[in-house]
Design a protein around this ligand. Structure first.
Ligand SMILES: *[C@@H]1O[C@H](CO)[C@@H](O)[C@H](O)[C@H]1NC(C)=O
Ligand SMILES: *[C@@H]1O[C@H](CO)[C@@H](O)[C@H](O)[C@H]1NC(C)=O
Ligand SMILES: *[C@@H]1O[C@H](CO)[C@@H](O)[C@H](O)[C@H]1NC(C)=O
Ligand SMILES: *[C@@H]1O[C@H](CO)[C@@H](O)[C@H](O)[C@H]1NC(C)=O
Ligand SMILES: *[C@@H]1O[C@H](CO)[C@@H](O)[C@H](O)[C@H]1NC(C)=O
Ligand SMILES: *[C@@H]1O[C@H](CO)[C@@H](O)[C@H](O)[C@H]1NC(C)=O
Length: 265
């Protein structure tokens, strides 16, 4: 009985505590602590070039901060720790001569490598501050796309032939995404135009006169894009050579192989 009364009399106090906690969560600025802001949370870097993981912090203390940058993986790696701009200890071999910390806590990584890609966490703490500031920034690292070109079996094709394959090929470039353009318009999968899962290969089945057009491919990644030269696909029919709209285009002078095509049909 006495215990119950005690519990009841404590209840208002407990409620009051919850109330205060909420207030602090809603107005964290009221607490003394390091607050980190970052203008960009996703940075697209290029192999061999530098990347600035830019942050700024506010604190009521004027003491030098302890800055710690980590690369978050299954197992996190400490990239660098510093007091102010002064790096503490030795950097890991892969970061030697590539790392700089600025006064505002920002991390500059030079000569980016593909393995630098990932989520970075920065922690900034100051001795007399209660709370440590923390922020996550993502970095992608890519090789620019070199000019793609269209590889096809031949630039002429017979109407109603079974398959015709166009292959978009480029020498360099990471994370490529492909788009096929017909007369500048993006193509999508339909019953006759089949795009491979990665969209790198376009297969035209049951070729029609309406496929007679210019094709090009566009390759993009987070830092660059490249477009192939347009390739003219000429479709021959039993009746000679027709333009994209189906109208004869100086049939027998313009087309070099109409008789051969006819012979094959
Ligand atoms: C940190 O700064 C931002 C922007 O000025 C502000 O919106 C946020 O409430 C601050 N957070 C803390 C914990 O002070
Ligand atoms: C931090 O400092 C660096 C070097 O002075 C500057 O380039 C960067 O813009 C600063 N970042 C922010 C968020 O102010
Ligand atoms: C950063 O990367 C993580 C893990 O891939 C992802 O969950 C998060 O949404 C990304 N954040 C931004 C701002 O891109
Ligand atoms: C592809 O990359 C290699 C190695 O960096 C370079 O030698 C070559 O010139 C690049 N090719 C193109 C088409 O840019
Ligand atoms: C497309 O071209 C690439 C490089 O030239 C080659 O490796 C690949 O096998 C080709 N794919 C098809 C379906 O022709
Ligand atoms: C296009 O359709 C084919 C066959 O249905 C499928 O295998 C392929 O993944 C599709 N391509 C795209 C980019 O959706």
């Amino acid at each position: 009985m006495k215990r119950e009364r005690e519990a009841l009399s404590r209840a208002p106090g407990a409620a009051g505590f919850v109330h205060v906690a909420c207030l602090l969560l809603i107005h964290p600025g009221l607490l003394e602590g390091v607050n980190i802001t970052s203008p960009v949370l996703l940075i697209h870097g290029t192999v061999g070039r530098p990347a600035l993981l830019s942050v700024r912090y506010t604190s009521t203390s004027s003491d030098k901060p302890v800055v710690k940058w980590q690369l978050k993986r299954d197992k996190s790696t400490t990239v660098v720790q510093s007091i102010g701009t002064e790096i503490i200890g030795n950097l890991r071999p892969e970061y030697r001569d590539r790392i700089r910390i600025f006064e505002n806590g920002s991390l500059l990584i030079s000569h980016l490598q593909l393995s630098d890609e990932g989520t970075y966490e920065v922690e900034i703490s100051i001795t007399d501050e209660t709370f440590t500031g923390e922020k996550h920034i993502n970095l992608t690292v890519d090789i620019p796309i070199s000019k793609p070109h269209v590889v096809l079996a031949s630039s002429t094709v017979l109407e109603l032939s079974e398959h015709f394959t166009l292959n978009c090929s480029h020498e360099n470039g990471t994370k490529p995404s492909y788009t096929w353009l017909k007369a500048g318009q993006a193509l999508s999968n339909d019953s006759r135009l089949l795009l491979s899962h990665d969209q790198k290969v376009l297969t035209i089945t049951r070729v029609l006169m309406s496929d007679d057009d210019v094709y090009s491919c566009l390759v993009e990644n987070p830092i660059s894009s490249g477009r192939s030269l347009p390739v003219k696909l000429t479709v021959y029919s039993e009746y000679g050579c027709l333009g994209a709209g189906g109208e004869p285009v100086g049939a027998f002078t313009y087309c070099d192989k109409p008789m051969e095509s006819r012979a094959q049909l």
